[in-house]
Design a protein around this ligand. Structure first.
Ligand SMILES: NC(=O)c1ccc[n+]([C@@H]2O[C@H](COP(=O)([O-])OP(=O)(O)OC[C@H]3O[C@@H](n4cnc5c(N)ncnc54)[C@H](OP(=O)(O)O)[C@@H]3O)[C@@H](O)[C@H]2O)c1
Length: 319
């Protein structure tokens, strides 16, 4: 059984706790907030058996948790990750893992020195349907991949965290990290950013970002669009030389389907579990990896997280 401590009692932490209620291998045993009343209220609503900690450091020092799930705003991930690692805790860090490649390198350096498990909570990579799409591609069902596209948009422009430069807001750092992980998953690691167009507010927050990527050998092109101002269809398409795969929704796969080049549907799979249950997969992966003595999750190895952070640096510098 994996004992999880929640660091930061916000929106996503609540969803995760509700999702984990149905899992017996992963149990929330600790909850930490900056405010005691908030942690108590959170625990009562989402994990009544968990111990309540006032202040994140007390959770990091506790011997009642095996893994700490860091669910604070983007710009705090680095500080909280390093604090937990220095207390010899395994960690699962919300996306974006860090604000830069330099921060990510530093977290992995400290974790490796202590033999600790670290993973990015890029939950899409852990979903069964994501693994199924990878398998279809590996088996050559659509031939060599030629073109990849995805969009991810939500009408969330009024969420304070997303409009704050101090908290690392903006559409790219909130949603673009998913499309970049999508690109790396299906275009491969040898890709580069060729074009970025962002519509930025005077604060520098990007409300929409479109970008193109291509493989180093020029054989695969990718186009991506993210926005925090509109609900888009959130679909993804992977076009191969012998057919295509359509994914809906790329932020929580509900349906994946393979088509022949003439658009004939060959096979489709619809997700069985309900939307909010999908967070269990990343925690199950952590539990399995830690039980096996691994310090990385196979679905989100450190190299992938570092590569995403490196691409994030590039895209933000091109806005
Ligand atoms: N995987 C997903 O599907 C998903 C979805 C949404 C967000 N996320 C990621 O999860 C992280 C948290 O997002 P969220 O939507 O849950 O945010 P949120 O509702 O604002 O919660 C963040 C929590 O961080 C803590 N915190 C610490 N310092 C803070 C500060 N200076 N300002 C505000 N909060 C502070 C607060 O907890 P206390 O007050 O209890 O200390 C707060 O409740 C982000 O990195 C985001 O990208 C992931």
């Amino acid at each position: 059984m994996l004992r999880v401590g929640i660091l930061g009692c916000g929106n996503i932490a609540a969803k995760v706790c509700d999702s984990l209620k149905r899992n017996k291998n992963v149990v929330v045993t600790g909850v930490a907030s900056r405010e005691r009343s908030k942690a108590k209220k959170f625990a009562a609503a989402h994990c009544p058996d968990a111990k309540v900690f006032t202040g994140y450091e007390k959770l990091a020092k506790s011997d009642e948790v095996d893994l700490i799930y860091i669910a604070t705003p983007n710009t705090y991930h680095y500080e909280h990750a390093i604090m937990c690692i220095k207390e010899y805790k395994n960690i699962l860090v919300e996306k974006p893992f860090a604000m830069s490649k330099a921060e990510a390198d530093s977290i992995f350096f400290e974790a490796k020195n202590r033999g600790l498990f670290v993973a990015e909570a890029m939950w899409t990579s852990y979903l069964p349907l994501h693994k199924q799409v990878l398998e279809w591609i590996e088996k050559g069902r659509i031939g060599a991949v030629k073109y990849v596209t995805a969009n991810l948009g939500y009408d969330i422009w009024n969420v304070p965290r997303l409009n704050s430069t101090v908290l690392g807001g903006g559409s790219y750092m909130d949603l673009g990290v998913y499309t970049t992980n999508f690109a790396l998953s299906f275009m491969g690691d040898d890709i580069r950013v060729s074009r970025v167009f962002a519509r930025q507010l005077s604060s520098g927050i990007d409300r929409d970002t479109t970008y193109s990527m291509e493989s180093e050998d020029g054989s695969i092109l990718g186009n991506f669009y993210v926005t925090m101002c509109a609900d888009t269809d959130r679909d993804g398409v992977i076009v191969g030389e012998r057919g295509k795969i359509r994914l809906s929704n790329i932020n929580n796969y509900r349906r994946i389907a393979i088509y022949a080049p003439n658009d004939t549907l060959l096979e489709e799979i619809v997700a069985e579990e309900d939307y909010d249950h999908s967070y269990v997969y990343e925690f199950e992966s952590c539990a399995k990896a830690i039980a096996s003595g691994l310090i990385q999750a196979p679905e989100m190895p450190w190299s992938r997280t570092v590569r995403i952070c490196q691409i994030n640096d590039t895209i933000r510098s091109m806005m």
